[in-house]
Design a protein around this ligand. Structure first.
Ligand code: NCD
Length: 306
């Protein structure tokens, strides 16, 4: 049972945040530069606790922490006492006892970061929890869009692929709808059930990828999350022919449209090789922007945002 409010400084989800809080983090990220390290977090210990695979989220949190002068320790579920059956909370208490000042956690169960933040007195940052949210990914993507577009307001954003199983898509939709972007979702029915009704307004569903992409300012593509399909059977061949992003389909978007994908990308499935490397692709830039954004998130979590 959750007994207390989440620890101060925690970042658990985009949903409860307001546009001002989000804008403040994005502004702070603009002042962060990993090539000009600042000792804002000197002496602080950042615990990276990962119960699921990760490449870009984990490495960028680590580099962000080190760029601010913090120490980092990585704990993976395999090779730790988690394998021996230690509970999530006992793992949290252990990491607190060894001196963690902040815990960054990725977990397969929705709500795991909230549970931890509700029982510890140090901030907890959600690095992706089940099918719930991945707030720092949405923040770094908003940061990336705003390096190319003046405002999120009124932007036409197409989100294509496995939306239902995607915590990134949930965080994107919460964030983008707070800034009045126009969101269009597209994917097979197995990947969309009821997802638009979770959001207040500004989210539409289209049947064909062509309709979704036409005149879009931003095209966001998602991976088919095979590990979360649990019983859902889809034909990959069929998926590719209906929903794969090809250069011909991308041409329907505005000429200055941005192509985004949170990664990992599976070339030849949700997008073609050429699309992944085309000039409109911001995929590598998103990864790069993850570092200053996560520097801002860590600094804010530890009250060093000035
Ligand atoms: C995503 C994740 O793990 O939620 N990746 C990421 O962190 N950039 C998306 C995915 O796994 O498809």
């Amino acid at each position: 049972m959750i007994t207390t409010e989440p620890a101060r400084g925690s970042l658990l989800a985009i949903e409860p945040m307001d546009a001002r809080q989000i804008s403040r983090l994005l502004q702070l990220a603009r002042r962060m530069n990993p090539d000009r390290p600042r000792p804002l977090l000197r002496g602080k210990r950042v615990l990276l606790l990962f119960y699921e695979p990760s490449t870009r989220t984990r490495s960028s949190f680590e580099i962000a922490a080190k760029s601010l002068g913090a120490m980092t320790t990585l704990v993976l579920s395999s090779g730790s006492s988690i394998e021996k059956g230690e509970s999530l909370l006992d793992t949290g208490y252990t990491l607190r006892a060894v001196g963690a000042d902040v815990i960054v956690i990725r977990h397969p169960q929705a709500g795991a970061p909230l549970l931890m933040a509700s029982h510890l007195d140090i901030p907890v940052i959600n690095a992706g929890d089940g099918m719930h949210e991945h707030p720092t990914q949405a923040l770094l993507d908003a940061y990336t869009i705003l390096r190319h577009k003046k405002t999120l307001k009124g932007l036409r954003i197409a989100i294509i692929g496995d939306i239902y199983h995607s915590r990134v898509a949930r965080s994107w939709m919460h964030l983008l709808s707070k800034f009045q972007a126009q969101i269009t979702l597209c994917g097979p029915p197995e990947f969309l059930p009821d997802v638009a009704s979770e959001f207040v307004s500004g989210v539409h569903i289209t049947r064909t990828i062509e309709d979704a992409i036409r005149a879009a300012d931003v095209v966001m593509v998602l991976r088919v999350q095979k590990e979360r399909l649990a019983g859902v059977k889809i034909s990959l061949q069929d998926y590719i022919s209906r929903y794969q992003l090809t250069l011909a389909r991308l041409k329907l978007a505005r000429r200055d449209a941005l192509l985004m994908h949170p990664g990992p990308i599976i070339r030849g499935l949700e997008l073609t090789w050429e699309v992944a490397d085309c000039p409109q692709s911001a995929i590598v830039e998103e990864v790069k922007n993850g570092v200053p954004l996560r520097m801002a998130v860590l600094a804010a979590a530890l009250g060093k945002a000035n």
